[in-house]
Write a protein that binds this ligand. Structure first.
Ligand code: ZN
Ligand code: ZN
Length: 359
């Protein structure tokens, strides 16, 4: 974490930013290690471009902060009758990069009290550092991948026929907890025609023989790092046309995973999957980007999408999840979390990617 502070300060100096202000958020947790709650009382990390960071916390959270903050930091508390914004404005001024997750109520107060300061969005500053995962973060993502793989392994042996998506979803939720996740972030069980809707969650639809079932699940581990993995199942029997489309999708997904190499741009990586589906006239049915970054949040930079010219660097972590969605009929998606490294891509998800027949 101290390395993170040094990297941020280097970026800040290069960009002429005097202060970075973070309130409780994934960015705050990323920099400090402290999972603080965003509340009406101000909790603020004030990181100067040079020197030791300061944290302002309500007096009743002082012990918590001292216990959980993992960086070298001066922690100052304020009482219920102090004006925390005044305290901040006597310490900081200049160009202040602000957490994009800061409540506007707080930002507006800072702007009102610090008339001589300029406030800018800290997103690009933070992302330069946050998108490059450390060894510990990579290990945490691999651990999350292993846990969600275990869930998919259990799903492949589950009863599907005659049960509702909701019932199956409840079983999967329990399995996600059992696998070691701290929270369940989403459970998609999209069966039959519902599989053509990428963000369908669950419904009371009863599963029938021949149904395609897209199962996209994820949660957050105690480390704070997220899992996200999709496999496509079929109930008892496979439609040959669907199998043909699926084989093309599987090829597209594998080629994109293999193509997740350092130096490849995010848009070119998107094209690898998109072009394979295009050759089979399926590109009109591939209606979303190929993937999204992942870490302390399920969706973060870098996005694997046309227009994103970012070239992959060591430690970028993201999903590769092409799909096709034919309204009224069926859809499919295959999703793995991949990390680009100098030794080639690490795939965090290692369950079979072929169509899985369930009963
Ligand atoms: Zn997903
Ligand atoms: Zn995803």
């Amino acid at each position: 974490m101290t390395k993170t502070v040094a990297a941020l300060q280097e970026e800040m100096t290069a960009k002429g930013i005097d202060w970075l202000f973070l309130t409780p958020s994934p960015n705050f947790r990323y920099v400090t290690g402290y999972k603080a709650l965003p509340l009406e009382r101000l909790t603020l990390l004030m990181l100067p471009s040079v020197g030791i960071p300061k944290m302002i916390v309500p007096r009743l959270e002082f012990i918590l902060a001292k216990e959980h903050v993992k960086i070298e930091c001066e922690i100052e508390s304020f009482s219920e009758t102090d004006n925390a914004i005044d305290i901040v404005s006597t310490i900081a001024s200049g160009t202040v990069a602000v957490d994009p997750y800061m409540w506007s109520e707080k930002l507006l107060k800072f702007q009102g009290h610090m008339a001589n300061s300029t406030f800018i969005d800290a997103t690009s500053l933070i992302n330069v550092v946050r998108t490059v995962k450390s060894e510990a973060e990579i290990a945490a993502l691999v651990e999350a991948g292993r846990a969600i793989d275990w869930v998919h392994e259990q799903v492949s042996a589950m009863a599907f026929l005659g049960r509702t998506e909701r019932e199956i979803g409840e079983d999967i939720k329990a399995l996600i907890f059992e696998s070691g996740h701290e929270t369940v972030d989403f459970v998609i069980v999209a069966s039959g025609p519902n599989s053509a809707s990428p963000h369908h969650e669950v419904s009371d639809r009863i599963l029938e023989e021949g149904d395609v079932v897209v199962v996209d699940i994820g949660g957050t581990m105690p480390s704070g790092y997220c899992s996200d993995c999709t496999r496509t199942y079929v109930v008892k029997q496979i439609d040959p046309t669907f199998q043909h489309y699926y084989d093309i999708l599987q090829n597209a997904q594998i080629k994109a995973v293999d193509g997740s190499l350092i130096g490849v741009s995010c848009e070119d990586l998107d094209s690898i999957a998109r072009n394979i589906l295009k050759e089979a006239d399926l590109s009109d049915y591939f209606i979303h980007r190929t993937g999204h970054g992942i870490g302390l949040q399920t969706h973060e930079d870098p996005y694997i999408v046309q227009g994103n010219k970012h070239k992959l660097v060591e430690g970028n972590a993201f999903s590769i999840e092409p799909g096709f969605y034919i309204e009224g009929k069926y859809g499919a998606r295959i999703e793995d979390i991949v990390i680009s490294t100098s030794n080639g891509p690490i795939n965090c998800n290692n369950r079979p990617r072929n169509l899985i027949v369930v009963h």
